[in-house]
Design a protein around this ligand. Structure first.
Ligand code: SF4
Ligand code: SF4
Length: 419
């Protein structure tokens, strides 16, 4: 298979080399090298396509360092579809390039764990055991070598791990106005079960009957970002089968990375006679939870929460889905909450799917930058809408010993609905 089996080569020509995206690209700003900028990477991918570059280690390195944050898409006046270009190229790389053995093994383990329910359950068991043994705290207090210390630091503490399972159906509280389904996810139930419960609670308070079909699977985002497109499409097909059978007003997603991926299902199945139209119809119903709540006459939260908060825009919510104002409006609706804007709020925190596992050095640099900005706001809480960002930012705050909690938007909103 050639590079053009993975990307639409016409899309390279959308880039007019103006450079307006450069100062918005975290890796370019950190490293200052053209090859680590969006413009440089597009030129590299085009050279690969035209056969002027081969898949040597240096070329792969510059493409690996891309976060896939899509800040360049927001900045680009020419409408370059950078996400499609890098994801397609990554699939091409994984099919045609042989990485060094340790790197290959690491990627295999990551790709085996996340989309597989058994893998996630096992991972969850390890995390819970690690958390119960206090490994997260231990790692933060010991002088372990980096990046091991950083990886262990991502372990949540015992009190933040919850794997509460969901029922298949929850009735609306009060008058039923909508029927929605929830993507429960692969990482969310294992590590953020309480956030899934909070999502259901907030939706029910707003007149939603909530369906959580049992046979749904991982959205496929982590696989797609790691270049495993075939496996990602298999998962997408299964989700299309499951959710298309339901009569829904909306399919709700509370993890930004999953939402951005699922909203691409239509594009991913372009030309597929069986799945394309069904994918398009389902995509039209997909909403991030903040986006959906922002479109309703929201039931006003009544419980006062006296706290200073700031909001971190997850890349796949802000750049990937254009959802910026709705989460802020939800926070402003909570009595007593004081919202302070965060400097570089839509700057990647370094989590970026599994980037913090595959590229720990750059991930740590970006985390430090994020924590510096959070610290400057002097808040009690930092709120965001993506589990990866929550784990990454929590680790950064704890490593610095800051008394600031990182929390999902719906967790705070659910608290504000409590009597
Ligand atoms: S990606 Fe867009 S902003 Fe960046 S150089 Fe190309 S045209 Fe300009
Ligand atoms: S996706 Fe993010 S890291 Fe990659 S080129 Fe675009 S702005 Fe830079």
């Amino acid at each position: 298979m050639t590079h053009s089996d993975f990307v639409d080569p016409d899309k390279f020509f959308d880039c007019v080399h103006c450079g307006l995206c450069l100062s918005f690209c975290p890796t370019y700003v950190e490293l200052g090298t053209e090859m680590d900028s969006p413009r440089g990477r597009i030129a590299t991918m085009r050279s690969l396509h035209e056969g002027r570059f081969g898949l040597d280690a240096e070329v792969v390195r510059h493409l690996d360092l891309c976060l896939g944050c899509r800040a360049c898409e927001t900045a680009c006046p020419s409408g370059v579809h950078y996400g499609e270009l890098i994801e397609g190229t990554r699939s091409f790389i994984e099919q045609h390039n042989t990485r060094p053995l340790p790197e290959r093994l690491k990627r295999r383990v990551i790709n085996a764990i996340f989309p597989n329910p058994l893998g996630v359950r096992f991972f969850s068991f390890l995390l819970k055991t690690g958390a119960a043994l206090g490994l997260g705290r231990l790692a933060r207090s010991q002088k372990l070598p980096q990046p091991i210390r950083y990886w262990f630091g991502l372990l949540p503490d015992k009190e933040t791990v919850s794997s509460a399972t969901l029922l298949e159906r929850y009735p609306a509280i009060g008058e039923k106005r909508y029927t929605v389904a929830l993507l429960s996810g692969c990482v969310m139930p294992a590590l953020f079960g309480a956030t899934n419960q909070a999502t259901v609670k907030v939706l029910r308070h707003n007149g939603c009957e909530v369906l959580v079909p049992r046979n749904q699977v991982c959205c496929g985002a982590l696989l797609l970002h790691n270049g495993e497109k075939t496996a990602a499409l298999d998962l997408a097909r299964r989700n299309i089968e499951v959710f298309s059978k339901l009569e829904l007003d909306a399919l709700i997603i509370n993890a930004a990375g999953c939402g951005a991926m699922m909203k691409e299902y239509g594009e991913l199945f372009k030309g597929d006679p069986v799945y394309h139209d069904r994918a398009e119809r389902l995509t039209a119903k997909m909403k991030d939870v903040a986006e959906f709540l922002g479109s309703l006459p929201l039931k006003a939260p009544t419980r006062e929460i006296r706290a200073k908060v700031t909001y971190h825009d997850a890349c796949h919510l802000a750049h990937g889905q254009g959802v910026r104002e709705q989460p802020r409006a939800l926070l402003r609706s909570i009595p007593g909450l004081q919202l302070t804007e965060l400097q570089e709020s839509d700057w990647c925190c370094g989590s970026a799917g599994t980037y913090n596992l595959t590229e720990p050095q750059m991930a740590r640099r970006l985390l430090n930058r994020k924590v510096d900005n959070i610290q400057a706001t002097e808040v009690d809480l930092v709120v965001t809408g993506n589990p990866g960002c929550l784990m990454q930012i929590r680790a950064g705050l704890q490593q610095r010993g800051l008394p600031i909690k990182a929390i999902h938007t719906v967790d705070l909103l659910a608290e504000a609905y409590e009597e």
